[in-house]
Each structure stands twice: as C-alpha cells, then as structure tokens.
Design a protein around this ligand. Structure first.
Ligand code: 5GP
Length: 191
C-alpha cells in the first residue's frame, strides 16, 4: 500500500483556513486532520483532545526535549506543535493528513518531508482580514492587533508554498482546495 500524503494549510489568522479545513475533512473520505498541541487557553466550546491537546508550558517543553514534535513554533505568544505520533502511523497506513499550522511550522515540515504539499490561504486584502478577525468575537482587542501585525510577517512566507488559495467565498475555496488535493493524491508532483 502506498503512503498517505501530507498537506499543510497555513495563512494569517482570520483568513478562513480553519473553516475551510474543517469542511474539506468532512467532504473527503481518506483525509484526516491532525490534532495539534498548544499552550494557549481553550476558547469557549473547545474540547481537549479534539480541537487541540491543551498542555501546560512545562509539559510542552518536556515534549520538545523528548523530541516528540515533528514541528513546533511560538505563535502569538503561545507554543503550538504537531506530535510525531499524530501523523506517522496514519501516513504509513495510507491515510492523507492535513496539518493546519503556522508558516514557521510549514517551513519545518517542508525541510523534513519534501513531498508534503504546502497550501497558503489568505483573505483578499487587509481590510477584509481585519473584518473577519473582528467578526469572530473570540479574541480581545490586544489579541486582534497582535494577529493583524503578525499577518504581515506571515504573508512573506507565501513564496515557499506550493499552492495559493485566495479565500473570497467558502464554496469557491472548497472547490479549489478539493481539486488541489485530488491532483496530489493521485500522484501529482510538487512543482
Ligand atoms: P489559534 O490559536 O487561532 O487556534 O491558532 C493560532 C495559529 O497557530 C494559527 O495560525 C494556527 O494555524 C497555528 N497552529 C495551530 N496548530 C499548530 C501547530 O501544531 N504548529 C504550528 N506551528 N502552528 C499551529
């Protein structure tokens, strides 16, 4: 049996990548979302082990020292990482996996897995990004400001990505993402 394909979805907070990722998982049979670890506090409604594994900073650092992460990064003042155990066995079993991670994590994955497909999701422009971040009603003004500031740095990583998806409407983005995934799952080369 051939190994599964690893997809990475990154892009500024508020660009819509979580929504698109969650929906594409439900549309594709052999596509699974990896659950990340974070040291940030759970938002209302988030479930430990489903949305994230919520670790203390001490536990996170312990796992860095044990070399348990395939990638990790500090994002918006918290640590986030992907456990090797979340993905290696599934890939071996032929399952395709999506990592929804930041651009620093994407860069680390690219170095270790040259056949991973990196997809960058962005909003059409800065004003629209700000509007989407505010309409989520999940973050404080301070957090929104930080995320907007970080989005400028994140956009600089766009050039390292294999595919760029400008998220105008969810339906259109889902169609395009579905085509991208099908192309690589059926053996498309990384260009
Ligand atoms: P949020 O706090 O909004 O859930 O996520 C903040 C940022 O952390 C997002 O850009 C998200 O993609 C990123 N992120 C989530 N999980 C991981 C991970 O495992 N590794 C890395 N490097 N970034 C992650």
């Amino acid at each position: 049996m051939s190994k599964g394909r690893l997809f990475v979805i990154s892009g500024p907070s508020g660009a819509g990548k979580s929504t698109i990722t969650k929906k594409i998982i439900s549309l594709k049979d052999n596509l699974f979302l990896s659950t990340s670890v974070t040291t940030r506090k759970p938002r209302i409604g988030e479930i430990d082990g489903k949305d994230y594994y919520f670790y203390t900073k001490e536990k996170f650092i312990e796992n860095i020292e044990k070399n348990n992460f395939i990638e990790y990064a500090k994002v918006h003042n918290n640590y986030y990482g992907t456990l090797k155990s979340e993905i290696s066995e599934k890939l071996e079993m032929g399952k395709n996996i999506i990592l929804e991670i930041d651009v620093q994590g994407g860069e680390q994955i690219k170095k270790q897995c040259s056949d991973a497909v990196l997809i960058f999701v962005k909003a059409p422009n800065k004003d629209e990004l700000e509007k989407r971040l505010r309409s989520r009603n999940t973050d404080t003004e301070e957090v929104i400001e930080l995320r907007l500031k970080n989005s400028l740095k994140e956009l600089e990583y766009e050039k390292f990505y294999n595919e760029i998806l400008i998220n105008i409407t969810i339906e259109d983005s889902l169609d395009k993402l579905s085509q991208i995934i099908d192309k690589y799952v059926t053996g498309g080369d990384i260009s």
